[in-house]
Ligand binder design. Structure first.
Ligand code: DC
Length: 212
C-alpha cells in the first residue's frame, strides 16, 4: 500500500456512504472518519449552549474545540442535529477549521477512509480512490424513516422526505464547497442496490487502484 492511501466517499444524506465507509475500513484495516460528525459536533455545541446557528465567531470557536477522539455517534446521529449541522456547514470559517482537522487525519500513514460532502473535491483532492454514493430522495427518506422506527421513535415519512429535499438544496447550493461529484469519482447509485452489493463493487475498484 502507498505511504498514505486515502479513500474519499461523498454523497447526500442517507445515501449509504457512511455504511460503505465503515465496511471498507473494516475490510482494509484503515481508520475511518465520518466527517459529518465533525459538523454535527459543532451544531450540537451551539444547540446545547442555546447559541444561534448562524453566529459565525461562536461556531468557529466550537469548531476549534472539536476532538476527533470524542465524537459520539449515538448522541450526534439525532435528526435535528443533522439539520442544524447543514446550516453550520455553510459557514466558511467553520469549514476551514474542520477541513484542517480532517486533512491531518487523512494524511497520517497508513491513510484513511473519509466520508462526507467535499472529501474528493476539497479535503483530499489527491485521494487514491473517490466514490460518489447516491440514491433517490424517496429511497433515502425510506432508510431514515426505518432507522427512526428501529430506535422506537415515531416520524412522519413526508416530513423526512421534505427535510431531505431542504438538506440537499442547502448542501448542494452553498457557495463554499457544495456537494458534487469529483470529476474522477466512481458513481455508485444505491437506489436499487443493497449495501453488500455496493460494498463488493467498491472493494473491486479499491483493489484495482491498490495494485496499479
Ligand atoms: O453526513 P451527515 O448527515 O452527518 O452531515 C451533516 C451535515 O454536515 C450535512 O448536511 C452537511 C454537513 N457536511 C458538510 O458540509 N461537509 C462534510 N464533509 C460532511 C458533512
Amino acid at each position: 500500500m502507498h505511504q498514505s492511501f486515502i479513500i474519499a466517499i461523498d454523497g447526500p444524506a442517507a445515501s449509504g456512504k457512511g455504511t460503505l465507509g465503515r465496511r471498507l475500513a473494516q475490510e482494509l484495516g484503515l481508520p475511518h472518519l465520518d466527517t459529518g460528525l465533525t459538523y454535527r459536533a459543532v451544531a450540537h455545541a451551539l444547540l446545547t449552549a442555546d447559541e444561534a446557528l448562524d453566529d459565525e465567531p461562536t461556531a468557529i470557536a466550537a469548531a476549534r474545540r472539536v476532538d476527533l477522539r470524542k465524537l459520539d455517534r449515538s448522541v450526534l446521529s439525532d435528526h435535528n442535529i443533522g439539520s442544524a449541522a447543514s446550516k453550520v456547514a455553510a459557514m466558511s470559517g467553520v469549514r476551514k477549521e474542520l477541513v484542517e482537522l480532517q486533512r491531518q487525519f487523512a494524511q497520517t500513514p497508513p491513510g484513511a477512509i473519509l466520508d462526507g460532502r467535499d472529501i474528493g473535491t476539497i479535503v483530499c483532492p489527491g485521494a487514491a480512490v473517490k466514490f460518489y454514493v447516491t440514491a433517490s430522495p424517496q429511497e433515502r427518506a425510506r432508510r431514515r424513516w426505518n432507522e427512526i422506527q428501529l430506535r422506537g421513535e415515531d416520524a412522519d415519512f413526508d416530513d423526512i422526505l421534505a427535510d431531505i429535499a431542504v438538506r440537499d438544496a442547502r448542501d448542494m447550493g452553498r457557495d463554499d464547497s457544495p456537494l458534487k461529484p469529483a470529476e474522477d469519482a466512481h458513481l455508485l447509485d444505491t437506489s436499487q442496490m443493497d449495501i453488500e452489493t455496493a460494498f463488493q463493487q467498491a472493494l473491486r475498484i479499491v483493489m484495482q487502484a491498490r495494485t496499479s
